[in-house]
Ligand binder design. Structure first.
Ligand code: ATP
Length: 299
C-alpha cells in the first residue's frame, strides 16, 4: 500500500508548553484516518504543521513522498484542507467564493466549480450570498473549497463542527465515497462517536501525544478487561493490583475488573494463590470508556 502521509516524531514547543509531543503516524492511500482528542490536545497545531503553516520544533512530515516544511511545500498543491475557521467571503455567492480560488489555479478546468458544487450538495444555493447560508451550508462550502483542486490528500480540522446530525452523516457519506475513489483523508475531531463511524483507523491524542492508535476493532481489543466475580472483591482487588502488568483495577460490590492482563493469567494467578472465584469472564469497556480512560486519567 502507498503511504500518502507520514509523520515521524513530530513535536511543537510553545515556550514551556509542548503542544505536540513526538507524534508518529502514517496514512495509506484511500484511508480515512481520524485524529481524535479533547480540546487543547494539539490537533490544530499538528494540522498547521502538516500544511506547512508552522515549522515543527522537531520531527518530519512527508506527503506523497516529499518532505513538507514552511519553505518546502510544493506538494501541497496536491492537498486540500479545511481548517476549523475557514475564511469565506460572506458578501459573495458560494460560486464566487470558489471562483476566487479557481483564479489562483489556472490549471483547473472550468467545469471543476460546477462539479465541486454538485459533489458537496450546494448546487441549489450556489448563486445565493453566503451570509444567507445556514452554518452547515457554510461548512459544506468550506469543504467545497478544499475539494476544488481534486486533492489526493484531504486534511480536515473538525469538519462537521456546527453541523446537525443529518448534515454530519451526509458529509461522512461524501468522505467515504471520496475515499472509495482513492482520496486519502486525515481528519481531526473531539467527537468519538463521529470518528468511530467515519474512520478506518484512529489515533487518540492527549496533551500532544498519541496514547492509542489502530482500527476501531484494535482499540476495542486493547480495552478488554477481565472481570472476576467473587464474594470477596477487596481481597482479590488487593492481590491483583500487585501484579506488575495490571494497568488498572476497579472494585465493584461483587466483582473486580482488571486491565492489562489476560484471562488465562488471572486464572493461573488466582489458582496459584489458592483463591477461588465464582466466575472469570472477559469484558469490553466500549470505545467511549477507552477514550475517557485514555484522555481523562490523571497525568
Ligand atoms: N501559537 C500558540 N502559542 C502558544 N500556545 C499555543 C499556540 N497555539 C496553540 N497553543 C496551545 O497549544 C495547545 C494545543 O492547542 P491546539 O489548538 O492544537 O489544540 P486542539 O486539539 O486543536 O484543540 P481545539 O479543538 O480546542 O482547537 C493548547 O494548550 C493551546 O493553548
Amino acid at each position: 500500500m502507498e503511504v500518502v502521509l507520514k509523520v515521524e516524531h513530530l513535536s511543537k514547543q510553545f515556550g514551556s508548553l509542548r503542544a505536540v509531543d513526538n507524534v508518529s503516524l502514517h496514512v495509506e492511500r484511500g484511508e480515512i484516518f481520524g485524529f481524535l482528542g479533547p480540546n487543547g490536545a494539539g490537533k490544530t497545531t499538528t494540522i498547521s504543521m502538516l500544511l506547512g503553516l508552522s515549522a515543527p520544533t522537531k520531527g518530519k512530515i512527508r506527503i506523497l513522498g516529499q518532505d513538507v516544511t514552511p519553505r518546502h511545500n510544493r506538494v501541497l498543491r496536491r492537498v486540500g484542507a479545511m481548517m476549523a475557521n475557514s475564511a469565506l467571503v460572506l458578501s459573495l455567492t458560494g460560486r464566487q467564493n470558489l471562483g476566487i480560488l479557481a483564479r489562483l489555479r489556472p490549471d483547473l478546468p472550468e467545469k471543476r466549480i460546477d462539479e465541486t458544487l454538485k459533489l458537496t450538495g450546494l448546487e441549489h444555493i450556489a448563486d445565493q450570498l453566503v451570509f444567507r447560508y445556514a452554518p452547515e451550508m457554510r461548512r459544506r462550502l468550506a469543504l467545497a473549497l478544499a475539494l476544488l483542486n481534486a486533492p489526493e490528500l484531504l486534511i480536515l480540522d473538525e469538519p462537521t463542527s456546527g453541523m446537525d446530525r443529518y448534515s454530519s452523516q451526509e458529509v461522512r457519506e461524501l468522505l467515504r465515497s471520496l475515499a472509495a475513489r482513492g482520496m486519502t483523508i486525515f481528519m481531526s475531531s473531539h467527537l468519538l462517536q463521529e470518528m468511530e463511524v467515519a474512520c478506518d483507523r484512529i489515533a487518540i491524542v492527549q496533551r500532544g501525544h498519541i496514547v492509542a492508535q489502530g482500527t476501531v476493532e484494535e482499540l476495542l481489543r486493547a480495552s478488554e478487561t477481565v472481570c472476576v466475580h467473587t464474594g470477596d472483591p477487596d481481597y482479590i482487588a488487593q492481590l491483583l493490583s500487585k501484579l506488575p502488568e495490571v494497568r488498572r483495577v476497579r472494585r465493584g460490590e461483587k466483582q473486580v475488573e482488571v486491565w492489562g492482563i489476560s484471562i488465562e493469567q488471572v486464572r493461573d494467578f488466582l489458582l496459584g494463590q489458592r483463591v477461588a472465584a465464582e466466575d472469570i469472564v472477559v469484558g469490553r469497556a466500549g470505545l467511549e470508556n477507552v477514550y475517557l480512560e485514555l484522555t481523562h486519567k490523571a497525568p
